[in-house]
Design a protein around this ligand. Structure first.
Ligand SMILES: Cc1cc2nc3c(=O)[nH]c(=O)nc-3n(C[C@H](O)[C@H](O)[C@H](O)COP(=O)(O)O)c2cc1C
Length: 185
């Protein structure tokens, strides 16, 4: 089974990000992904504290090495993000900044949520992930209050699930394409 890592980008104590992530995780598990949730509140990375530039890959700190392993070992990543002040929250930027090679060609999908479906957060996140050469395959946005309650309950779950599963299918096809690339000798 393909390995999917789902990142919870918000870290505040009363967040709904983990509820949205749980819903994403259930859909992905039904689509035959082996899912692991990476909760940035639990992982608790300090603000970027490596001496070297991430592009050198010379990670000295155990927390960087552990974070790098999680992303390296995944076949694909879903970033679940709210919109904070018309962009994504700081912890996901910090988590992206820590690494470089691990993002290269990594298939990534974005699930945003907010009053406008987090469209600005998704656009900004796409720009940053594309800069580190991740392969951003697409996004869906859950809008308050029509598709998601402010308490984190998905409304009209069937319609939202169809949209999400379409995105997960795109992600899966991208992983299969990568699998067909011959190994370098
Ligand atoms: C600091 C902050 C800024 C926010 N800015 C926006 C915003 O620009 N657009 C929006 O749709 N919602 C905004 N919201 C509302 C969030 O979408 C909503 O609180 C959501 O539940 C946040 O995700 P979380 O619960 O996982 O932290 C903001 C919330 C916070 C805490």
């Amino acid at each position: 089974m393909n390995q999917l890592r789902i990142i919870v980008s918000s870290t505040r104590p009363s967040r709904i990000g983990h509820k949205v992530t749980q819903w994403v995780s259930e859909q992905a598990a039904a689509e035959q992904w082996e899912v692991k949730i990476l909760d940035l509140a639990e992982i608790d990375l300090p603000f970027f504290d490596e001496e070297d530039m991430p592009m050198k890959g010379n990670y000295a700190k155990p927390h960087t090495q552990a974070w790098a392993s999680e992303i390296f070992e995944s076949d694909a990543v879903v970033v679940v993000t709210p919109q904070y002040n018309r962009s994504f929250p700081a912890p996901i930027k910090n988590a992206i900044d820590y690494l470089f090679a691990e993002w290269d060609s990594k298939p990534v999908a974005i699930v945003g949520y907010g009053w406008s479906g987090a469209s600005d957060a998704a656009a900004d996140l796409t720009k940053v992930l594309t800069h580190v050469k991740a392969d951003v395959v697409g996004e869906i946005g859950l809008s308050f209050p029509e598709q998601l309650s402010t308490e984190g309950v998905v409304i009209d779950g069937d319609a939202a699930a169809i949209e999400l599963r379409g995105l997960l299918d795109t992600l899966h096809r991208k992983v299969l394409d990568l699998d067909e690339v011959p190994a370098r000798s």
